[in-house]
Design a protein around this ligand. Structure first.
Ligand SMILES: NC(=O)c1ccc[n+]([C@@H]2O[C@H](COP(=O)([O-])OP(=O)(O)OC[C@H]3O[C@@H](n4cnc5c(N)ncnc54)[C@H](O)[C@@H]3O)[C@@H](O)[C@H]2O)c1
Length: 364
């Protein structure tokens, strides 16, 4: 917080496609919640994305990372990806660039069922599906170490290294345990594939065994990733916190998103505790529906709630979540959730709900 917790500076990067449609809805809900709570937020928008890249050849501008790190408390991000840029170069430079250069080592992906009708699992209710996945966000196979040999020949070989450092593994596992303790959550499950990936995930095993000893108050266990995939579908109520590597976290959190209503509802945070962190809906730029005004803004709105909770404003985050729950209850939603409302109408409804809502008034 740049000035004593009274005000926060938010960098807004709407990006491409539906990112530019849903992000303004999140911003207007944030403004409604925080103005009624007399907690000012300052927003500065950045036009980084495909248009700028095609116009100026610029992806992540020089000095951009330093500006965000030094001048802003958090980044509210939309999505990147445009059919006019088949290489996706701008998205890789900007999004992966920010994740790596800001050292955002925690990818937090909550999986929370906000209305019973939204889960594809039979007989499961809101109380059964409430967990969070902490995905390691700076290492693993995503670092791009590897190469191809004899490319284009029948003898071609491709290698992609899975990079795991002790520091990297320890800090994400420790974050999961600390989160459990600070949020009164009882259970942490670490998942890997150490039976097959004996070197890379042997390290995860050793670190997990060491760190869990410091958290005897937390109920911790290990599951191989294939078992976890089965168990999370069979009985999601057995999980509070899942901590895992970059690749497995990517996959298992998408599986989780589907258990709780799909991509249009899934929020995420790219976090380094105490430093400028980036919050984005899990979905991409959805070129197939971009420009039609029907993108679901709730994933972005829930993302904004995560962001202000990260900034220490938990009551305001709860107001936003209540508003989203109410919209789902009223079925005031976009077509992907079975409704007939458009993106802006859903945003307006949330703003109106927040204005009238007694919870917001209590925050004054
Ligand atoms: N973090 C990011 O910026 C990010 C993440 C994923 C994909 N992408 C990029 O987005 C582009 C499209 O990728 P994709 O099609 O694989 O994934 P996507 O998430 O954009 O879309 C997948 C499907 O879900 C639907 N969908 C997604 N979000 C929705 C919403 N809010 N409301 C209603 N429907 C929604 C889309 O219409 C589409 O049918 C690609 O360029 C990809 O690289 C970016």
């Amino acid at each position: 917080m740049r000035n004593g917790g009274l005000k926060a500076r938010i960098a807004v990067i709407p990006g491409d496609g539906i990112g530019a449609e849903v992000t303004p809805q999140a911003v207007k809900v944030l403004k409604a919640v925080c103005s009624s709570a007399e907690r000012p937020l300052e927003f500065v928008e950045f036009d980084w994305g495909a248009d700028k890249y095609l116009r100026e050849g610029v992806t992540l501008p020089p000095g951009g990372v330093e500006l965000l790190r030094e001048e802003f408390d958090a980044i509210l991000f939309g999505a990147l990806g445009d059919p006019r840029v088949p290489s996706n170069q701008h998205a890789a430079d900007i999004l992966l660039g920010l994740r790596f250069k800001l050292d955002l080592y925690v990818n937090a992906r909550p999986v929370e069922l906000l209305h019973d009708r939204l889960t594809p699992l039979r007989d499961r209710t809101e109380k059964d599906i409430r967990l969070i996945v902490f995905r390691e966000n700076t290492e693993g196979i995503y670092v791009g170490v590897g190469g191809v040999f004899r490319q284009g020949t029948p003898d071609e070989i491709a290698v992609q290294e899975d990079v795991n450092s002790r520091k990297g593994v320890e800090r994400i596992i420790r974050y999961a345990f600390e989160y459990a303790r600070q949020n009164g959550v009882r259970r942490v499950c670490m998942s890997d594939k150490s039976n097959a990936m004996t070197f890379a995930h042997g390290l995860w095993q050793r670190v997990f065994k060491e760190v869990r000893q410091e958290y005897a108050d937390i109920d911790s266990r290990h599951l191989y990733i294939d078992t976890l995939a089965m168990e999370i579908v069979r009985d999601p109520s057995q999980f509070d916190i899942i901590v895992t590597c970059n690749l497995f976290g990517d996959i298992i959190s998408d599986l989780g998103a589907q258990l709780a209503g799909g991509l249009g509802l899934a929020p995420s945070g790219n976090i380094h505790p105490g430093k400028t962190s980036l919050f984005e809906p899990v979905h991409g730029s959805a070129p197939n529906i971009a420009g039609k005004g029907i993108a679901n803004p709730l994933g972005s709105v829930l993302t904004s709630a995560m962001m202000i909770e990260f900034l220490g404003w938990k009551p305001q985050a709860e107001v936003i979540r209540s508003a989203v729950r109410a919209a789902l209850q009223e079925n005031y939603v976009t077509p992907d959730l079975g409704g007939n409302k458009n993106t802006v109408a859903v945003g307006d409804w949330l703003v109106n709900f927040v204005g009238k809502n007694h919870l917001a008034k209590q925050l004054k």
